[in-house]
Design a protein around this ligand. Structure first.
Ligand SMILES: [Zn+2]
Length: 235
């Protein structure tokens, strides 16, 4: 009986380790995804900035054409000014010239804004180009590490599963059944130890007389508070 309880304790430890390892393993894919997403975000920001620059340069060229247009129109009206036959006509031409000058100013302001924005975008591209390259390297390195970790955890799980099977095979079937039942109901922990006169599973106090009985390990004792199998662990 004594030996069975110690094996049960070993089984519990293996199951706890297996759960921790399985949790760790299941987190790896999302950790890889997060890393790849972060790298992709910087890259798409970079691509966006690059296409914004192209757009800005295109708009700047259009502004240049428009600017030339206003100059030509203003020049045309200036010539017509001399052939004005009435004062109204003269005033109308002056107004047109004024209008073209205003338009020219607006376009010039636009061009300054476009130049400033292009400069800022150029800066951003230069910075992000560096950042993106660094992050790519860093990401590949981290993903490789995670893949290696995945393999290691997989191997650790396999080893423990093998140990678990051997351990379980050495425990009476009735006890294993009980163990599995309690484990399913008690969040994966079926075996608790007596620690500082308390159940390690639920921390309820255990009477001194009962502890003496448990220490004999001649039969199965359950914690009266949580129902876990109580043992005295030889740690
Ligand atoms: Zn308990």
């Amino acid at each position: 009986m004594k030996e069975s309880f110690q094996l049960l304790w070993a089984l519990q430890q293996l199951d706890t380790e297996l759960r921790t390892l399985t949790d760790k393993l299941s987190q790896i894919p999302s950790r890889v995804d997060d890393l790849k997403k972060a790298a992709a975000t910087i890259k798409s920001d970079l691509d966006q900035a690059k296409s914004d620059i192209i757009e800005h340069k295109k708009n700047y060229k259009l502004c240049e054409v428009e600017l030339k247009g206003t100059e030509e129109k203003a020049a045309g009206y200036s010539v017509q000014l001399y052939s004005a036959k009435t004062n109204e006509q003269y005033k109308a031409f002056l107004k047109e010239i004024e209008g073209q000058k205003k338009l020219k100013n607006t376009i010039e302001d636009q061009m300054i804004v476009l130049l400033e924005e292009t400069e800022a975008l150029d800066r951003k591209v230069r910075e992000n180009e560096k950042k993106s390259a660094e992050l790519d390297t860093e990401t590949s390195r981290k993903v490789e590490m995670l893949e290696a970790e995945k393999k290691e955890i997989g191997a650790a799980i396999a080893t423990r599963q093998e140990q678990r099977e051997k351990t379980a095979a050495a425990i009476p079937a009735e006890l294993i059944k009980r163990y599995e039942r309690v484990r399913a109901n008690k969040g994966g922990i079926a075996v608790a130890t007596v620690r500082k006169e308390r159940c390690s599973g639920c921390l309820s106090p255990i009477p001194a007389q009962r502890i003496l009985e448990i220490e004999r390990q001649d039969r199965l004792y359950l914690c009266e508070a949580c129902g876990r199998i109580l043992i005295v662990a030889q740690e």
